[in-house]
Design a protein around this ligand. Structure first.
Ligand SMILES: [Zn+2]
Length: 161
């Protein structure tokens, strides 16, 4: 039986259609990307998330000559927020990328590992994490992390071993 998964999202080309909070998150994510440590890829990623207490936490990618030692911007922000504010929910996260080497012409989505991490925090807190992916021309708005990762791995699978 053939089945399909429908992905609903909003595509916005006018930044004025964003809320003040969304504009702020975007500004913070862009600022954060500029201080990423990305000497190898020259692909600077910035993330900014807002918590239930309105605190904004930023993250950017951190690379290393030993490549697997690096970490993505999204996880820097997510782990930092859960370290410093373990009881606060994550309401929304904005993610972007900038590069001095080449133009990034489309919004950049989180990698598979970051999607899994986002989703686990969404499950843990019991409420959706809204997502904003954007570049200078376009914004993609998703209602929840779950939309980014169909057939995701859940911790309840571990209990059945
Ligand atoms: Zn990632």
């Amino acid at each position: 039986m053939k089945k399909e998964i429908l992905l609903k999202y909003n595509e916005i080309t006018d930044f004025n259609n964003l809320s003040d909070l969304e504009k702020k998150l975007i500004k913070k994510a862009v600022e954060s990307s500029k201080s990423a440590y990305a000497p190898y890829s020259k692909f600077n990623v910035g993330a900014a998330l807002v918590l239930g207490n309105n605190q904004i936490i930023i993250g950017n990618n951190q690379e290393n000559a030993s490549f697997p030692a690096g970490i993505c911007a999204e996880r820097v922000a997510l782990f930092s927020s859960n370290t410093n504010y373990p009881n606060e929910i994550i309401r929304q996260i904005a993610i972007t990328a900038t590069s001095k080497k080449f133009e990034i012409s489309e919004p950049v989505g989180p990698c598979g590992i970051c999607r899994q991490v986002l989703l686990e925090y969404e499950e843990k807190q019991g409420s959706d994490i809204k997502i904003l992916l954007f570049d200078t021309k376009k914004i993609i708005k998703l209602a929840k992390a779950k939309d980014l990762l169909p057939f995701y791995f859940k911790e309840d699978r571990l209990k059945k071993l």
